[in-house]
Design a binder for this molecule. Structure first.
Ligand code: OFO
Length: 183
């Protein structure tokens, strides 16, 4: 009798569900940062806009990393519904405060999945997620440094102009290049 080939599935359904939830978070991060980038560009914060356009791309890349992982492990990665994205902000400082708050939520979500993988002995997914654990540490640090820049320079007078330049430098951008990466 011909052998039935079963799909090689190494993920439990529960882990697949959690990873799909994380896809939604990464997709939301990307949309959120894109919206912030656009707002910054309209307000003339060109360096912050470039920073955030790049960041939106990075978040999409994080989302795609999880897509590949789920599908390679025999699951089904689902395109997330993204709604309810904020389009205007009170100030540039508020943008970076919201980024920090958002990244802290993302870190918690990643840690919860890591916990789940550890307790269910899914060491493969546990190992896959280490990249995200490190990435979140870097992103939270970056958001905290950004807020320090506001405190150090101060927002009065030319302050915001200098803050915008320093925020770009924090992301490794050359302030002499005034084009945004919105293309
Ligand atoms: Fe995906 O790294 Fe932040 O959110």
């Amino acid at each position: 009798m011909k052998e039935v080939i079963t799909p090689n599935r190494s993920l439990t359904e529960e882990t697949e569900k959690l990873l799909n939830k994380q896809i939604v978070m990464e997709g939301k991060s990307s949309a959120y940062y894109l919206s912030m980038a656009s707002w910054c560009e309209t307000k003339g914060y060109i360096n912050s806009a470039r920073f955030l356009y790049d960041h939106a791309d990075e978040e999409r890349m994080h989302m795609l990393k999880i897509f590949s992982y789920i599908n390679e492990a025999g699951g089904h990665a689902l395109q997330p519904e993204i709604t309810g994205i904020q389009h205007s902000f009170k100030s540039l400082r508020e943008v970076f405060q919201l980024i920090l708050e958002h990244e802290i939520k993302v870190t918690k979500s990643i840690h919860d999945i890591v916990d789940h993988c550890f307790s269910t002995k899914d060491y493969t997914t546990f190992s896959f997620l280490q990249w995200f654990v490190n990435e979140q540490r870097e992103e939270e640090t970056m958001a905290r440094r950004a807020l320090e820049i506001f405190d150090i320079i101060g927002e009065k007078g030319m302050g915001l102009w200098y803050i915008d330049i320093e925020l770009g430098k924090l992301h490794g951008l050359d302030p002499a290049n005034t084009e945004t990466s919105a293309r």
